[in-house]
Design a protein around this ligand. Sequence first.
Ligand code: DX5
Ligand code: ZN
Length: 221
Amino acid sequence: MKQFLLAPSILAADFARLGEDTAKALAAGGDVVHFDVMDNHYVPNLTMGPMVLKALRDYGITAPIDVHLMVKPVDSLIPQFAEAGASFITFHPEASEHIDRSLQLIKEHGCKAGLVFNPATPLSYLDYVMDKLDIILLMSVNPGFGGQSFIPGTLDKLREARKRIDESGYDIRLEVDGGVKVDNIAEIAAAGADMFVAGSAIFGQPDYKKVIDDMRNELEK
Ligand code: DX5
Ligand code: ZN
């Protein structure tokens, strides 16, 4: 597995040509497809469901798909996304009535599981579930929309999450989502992240490969 994973967020892709645009971001060097699910209830926006994910698989997308559930309730959608072809499923702990059960449900359906932390959600939700996590995702914006600015306080929170992961001894990815750009990815990595979601930074530019190459160059500095 690569040291750093880049996950283009297709929230910023051209929805009228989603298969093509997703394939283009992967061909440009994206490792993982970040798939944002919003329900107009947990967050004030509405995006895509399992049918869209299945359509991407049917189109021929074979890369891992990282499903970021911004929905409440959580559990009813887990089997549907797993069957549609999700690889990772992450959810916000405050949106689940039974966090441990939701994590187990994800695993039972053969996917890797993770928790997502909003900027003001405490990391104490990690206390009793580290052994069940494959990913910890820290939001560096408030969830619901692409194109927002990175909240600088996330850097300290990343350092704290990195410490918890290292002390736990478990193999857990530390993912960051929101406002990740070429000019801040190096300091985000230095704070401990090893998986980077980028939506507008990639899809907002004509040359996806240039952005992704520039991000990798920053990570290798
Ligand atoms: C926001 C989503 C993000 C979003 C990031 O709620 O979870 O994944 O697509 O977009 P950018 O990279 O534009 O901040
Ligand atoms: Zn996301």
